[in-house]
Design a protein around this ligand. Structure first.
Ligand SMILES: NC(=O)c1ccc[n+]([C@@H]2O[C@H](COP(=O)([O-])OP(=O)(O)OC[C@H]3O[C@@H](n4cnc5c(N)ncnc54)[C@H](O)[C@@H]3O)[C@@H](O)[C@H]2O)c1
Length: 412
């Protein structure tokens, strides 16, 4: 299959290379940046990226005349950078900014019109529920078959997520007995994903809501278990046993380990957009706003706890973990940065270090801001280890002369 990717950024470049390398497709790419710059960026890319050749063009007509399916992966940012999930004070919800996406679709429309060529245009960029109805659909012309196929990927693990998707979600308009585009999309992804490939084909309106609700559910479960952890502290229960029972005995599906609020800029930003759309749609109960507030309340609880320990033991606070999850370099929406900002706002000093730069040689309150505290890690005697995920509990025993605090985990 000849496929194109418009927008070779953090997501688009990995998508293009994955389709070329594992799918053995001929992949054309285009970006606002020159081919040279994109190639250079590839050499220092912050996550695994397959070593495939893609044909980068600067000419939209060349791109449109070369492909049957064109993915659009331009950014849909927020204008207010404080909405990335690392800030504390309340920010009024707002929709994503669709300027890049609108421009991209207009450009594709002009090219298809000039060439009188029909192609399938798959929008992968994240959009809010209702966005296609509000404007995107109107930007397409009769030569463009518009599809919304948001993928369930996370920055740092994009290639893996693309190759092992729980499903490929396809939202399309079915008109005039036209065959579904699913056949073409399956042909594209089958060689990449293999026989386990599952697809869910639905309307664009439903795909918009499924994508966002899926992200919301994950964040919501995280905040729910974080709230339950505080209740466990109150009653003397252990939150890990509670989550274990919910997941494995009562079969409630994925139950996260209680810890700090959900990180990564994507899910916090999706909650902002859902909050915005819920207001617009006069939805009576707005759980999306509650989720946003819960992240802040939950982080304030941990910040207060860490600050109280620092005061009691007369120690500085060192936050360990700058990235948004273990094993990635991205700091977008990082819980550690959020905690650091929260402590500053509350008037407490703290220092934040990346795990790789943490020495643990000085006496301090070490706050693990990643679900990756090392079991058996040695700390300076007299230190306090504040471990929200309880991951220092895995077996080698606590170091003598060090105080361990694991919120939500009762210890005899
Ligand atoms: N599903 C997820 O969990 C998930 C995760 C990450 C990102 N995303 C979404 O994927 C989309 C892309 O995100 P990203 O992080 O790759 O953004 P990015 O800013 O890294 O990349 C966007 C690229 O598009 C290019 N571009 C913009 N307008 C263009 C145009 N008219 N023609 C050609 N190129 C153009 C830019 O130069 C840039 O290189 C966003 O909507 C984002 O929300 C989703």
């Amino acid at each position: 299959v000849n496929v194109g990717v418009l927008g070779l950024g953090k997501v688009g470049l990995v998508l293009a290379c994955t389709l070329a390398y594992y799918g053995k497709h001929t992949v054309f790419g285009m970006d606002l940046e020159s081919a040279d710059k994109v190639q250079k960026r590839r050499n220092v890319f912050p996550e695994p990226i397959p070593p495939a050749d893609i044909l980068i063009t600067a000419d939209i007509r060349h791109l449109v005349s070369s492909v049957d399916i064109l993915y659009v992966c331009v950014a849909t940012p927020h204008n207010n950078p404080r909405l990335d999930g690392t800030h504390t004070s309340w920010v009024v919800p707002e929709d994503f900014d669709y300027e890049q996406l609108n421009t991209a679709l207009r450009t594709i429309a002009a090219a298809t019109n000039a060439l009188k060529r029909e192609i399938t245009v798959v929008v992968l960029s994240t959009v809010a529920p209702g966005t296609f109805n509000k404007g995107l659909r109107g930007l397409a012309n009769k030569y463009m078959r518009l599809v919304y196929s948001p993928s369930f990927i996370s920055l740092g693990t994009i290639q893996k997520n693309l190759m092992e998707p729980s499903c490929i979600l396809v939202g399309e308009d079915r008109k005039n007995g036209r065959p579904s585009v699913a056949v073409d999309i399956r042909a594209l992804w089958a060689p990449v994903v293999g026989p386990s490939l599952k697809m869910y084909v639905t309307t664009i309106e439903e795909a918009e809501i499924i994508k966002m609700t899926s992200n919301f559910l994950q964040s919501y479960k995280i905040e729910l278990m974080n709230a339950v952890a505080q209740m466990c502290d109150y009653t003397g229960a252990n939150v890990d046993n509670v989550s274990g029972a919910l997941a494995n005995v009562l079969n409630h599906g994925w139950i996260p380990r209680a810890g700090l609020p959900d990180g990564g800029a994507c899910r916090p930003r999706d909650a902002v957009v859902l909050d915005y759309v819920a207001d617009e749609a006069f939805v009576g109960w707005n759980p999306f706003r509650e989720l946003r507030q819960a992240r802040t309340t939950n982080m304030r609880y941990h910040a207060s706890y860490a600050a109280a320990l620092a005061k009691e033991h007369k120690l500085p606070i060192i936050i360990v973990g700058m990235t948004y999850k273990p094993g990635v370099v991205y700091t977008d929406g990082s819980p550690g940065v959020f905690l650091h900002n929260m402590l500053t706002e509350m008037g407490y000093e703290s220092r934040i270090v990346d795990v790789s730069a943490a020495s643990f040689r000085n006496k301090a309150v070490y706050v693990w801001a990643l679900d990756a505290a090392l079991d058996g890690q040695r700390y300076a005697k007299g230190s306090v280890v504040y471990d929200p995920w309880g991951t220092t509990l895995t077996g080698s025993g606590d170091q003598q002369g060090v105080v361990y605090v694991r919120p939500g985990r009762r210890e005899e």
